[in-house]
Design a protein around this ligand. Structure first.
Ligand code: PBG
Length: 331
């Protein structure tokens, strides 16, 4: 018998909004979002980041208001990045393990005000503290040394854990950092402090506005290609992720997000570990530039991209759109 109609009408379930909602395979909720925030010295100080429209650096007192907002919106975790004053940056990055540094004061203030009402994640890498803007320590030839940097990252991590950080997020891409940090945390009794490793972090052109926000961009000599992944590689990204899991990472990150959705999907299919994506500063800035240029409306553009991360297999997304998206999702 020849059919006089299409045997399968996939459009049938798309006919009504209730049905589209019922059949949606992937959902986005505020609980999927981590809000990255920039911190500066001072009081009642808000500095808009020129290259990231709508994003500001906040002094600790104002940061607390933003964290309160995150809690109201149902955002489970914030990620903190300091803009360290120039006089506190050095070649050896000692400020990274100063117990009174800006990040530690911010973490303690959040803890004091909100208890464990929200997760606090801290980046581990030396770039906010080095005079040269690299994530690690340089040798005489200007190469970012691995093993000497590990000692510094361990000190930085313990300092943040002591201040009350819940999640240590190494973004430096040194070999062996997750094992070194995990061992040190266990040794000091921080058994429940999580490690979310930036496992597949690419040497990317999309980090420019972030470097501007933390004040490392103008300082940076050269690039980060001797430690961050090459954009052409995916097998190597899987090796990085496998190693970080073996070394004790609780969750892993792929970064940037949109240009690396294939990496997220590959990792999701291979590893039973929560995977996060970082929708980085350049992705945000490009989208905002597109909206300003009249390419389309912000809401559908932003939500489609965030959905793509979830569909690719992410447990959650670090995004500067976290408050914007959470507000929309709340209806
Ligand atoms: C620091 C770090 C970077 C980002 C997060 N942590 C920049 C870099 O590696 O140069 C980028 C985040 C963004 O662009 O939003 N190592």
């Amino acid at each position: 018998m020849t059919l006089s109609f299409p045997a399968t009408r996939l459009r049938r379930t798309r006919t009504h909004e209730w049905s589209r909602r019922l059949h949606r395979e992937t959902v986005l909720t505020p609980a999927d979002l981590i809000w990255p925030m920039f911190v500066i010295e001072g009081e009642r100080e808000e500095q808009p980041v020129g290259s990231l429209p709508g994003v500001s650096r906040w002094s600790v007192d104002l940061l607390l208001d933003r964290v309160g907002e995150a809690i109201e919106l149902g955002i489970p975790c914030v990620s903190l990045f300091p803009n360290t004053p120039a006089e506190r940056r050095s070649d050896a990055a000692e400020e990274a393990w100063n117990p009174d540094n800006l990040i530690c004061r911010a973490v303690r203030a959040i803890r004091d005000r909100f208890g464990d009402g929200i997760g606090v994640m801290c980046d581990v890498a030396l770039d906010p503290y080095t005079s040269h803007g690299h994530d690690g320590l340089l040798d005489d030839a200007g190469y970012v040394t691995n093993d000497a940097t590990l000692d510094a990252l361990v000190k930085q991590s313990l300092n943040q854990a002591a201040a009350g950080a819940d999640v240590i997020a190494p973004s430096d891409m040194m070999d062996g950092r997750v094992a070194a940090i995990r061992q040190a945390l266990e040794g000091e009794g921080y058994v429940n402090v999580q490690i979310m490793s930036y496992a597949a972090k690419y040497a990317s052109a999309f980090y420019g506005p972030f470097r501007d926000a933390v004040g490392s961009g103008d300082r940076l000599k050269g690039d980060k290609r001797t430690y961050q992944l090459d954009a052409g590689n995916s097998d190597e990204a899987m090796r990085e992720i496998a190693l970080d899991i073996a070394e004790g990472a609780d969750s892993v990150m792929v970064k940037p997000g949109l240009a690396y959705l294939d990496i997220i999907r590959m990792a999701r299919d291979r590893f039973d570990v929560p995977i996060f994506a970082y929708q980085v500063s350049g992705e945000y800035a490009l989208l905002e530039a597109g909206v300003a240029a009249g390419v389309g409306e912000r809401e559908p553009l932003v939500m489609e991209k965030l959905m793509a991360f979830k569909r690719a297999g992410c447990a959650g997304i670090l995004t500067y759109y976290a408050p914007y998206a959470a507000r929309l999702l709340a209806g």
